[in-house]
Design a binder for this molecule. Structure first.
Ligand code: HEM
Length: 118
């Protein structure tokens, strides 16, 4: 009976350990996801064009190059934020109104990593 409990103990912790290791590999599921990339504001500054547009928003880094032509307002309105910390742009749309929760949710599809604290 004792050895059965021992085997159950080993099996339980093997499964728990494997699940924990797997959870680290799924992006965004843990505090420090394995493979999560970090970028500095200098890295982001190199992508400051409409066709190569990165932004830092609220500590996350995004590549919006593919999204630029899809944005409801003309690309020029976003273009000024390419290569920059753009939390203010996202929160004000350039005139003081925050984006809708749906717009904020859309950003996740373009997230490429987190902003490195300097
Ligand atoms: C950071 C710079 C950005 C600026 C300055 C900006 C500005 C604007 C403006 C002027 C409008 C149209 C006017 C209005 O709806 O009130 C708008 C609408 C919208 N934008 Fe942006 N935008 C930015 C980034 C983004 C990003 C990154 C996304 C999503 C990935 C996004 C998604 C949307 C959506 C879905 C709308 C429709 C209205 C809403 O849902 O709030 N925008 N934006």
């Amino acid at each position: 009976m004792k050895s059965l409990s021992f085997i159950a103990f080993i099996v339980f912790w093997s499964v728990a350990g494997t699940l924990f290791a797997l959870s680290l590999l799924v992006p965004g599921s843990g505090p420090v996801s394995a493979g999560e990339k970090t970028y500095t504001l200098q890295d982001i500054a190199r992508h400051n064009r409409t066709d190569d547009c990165w932004m830092a928003i609220a500590g996350q880094v995004y590549d919006f190059s593919r999204f630029m032509p899809k944005h409801p307002a003309p690309p020029a309105i976003l273009a000024v934020w390419c290569g920059k910390e753009a939390t203010q742009g996202m929160k004000t749309k350039g005139y003081g109104n925050d984006h809708s929760p749906a717009a904020w949710a859309m950003t996740e599809a373009y997230r490429i990593g987190v902003l490195k604290k300097e």
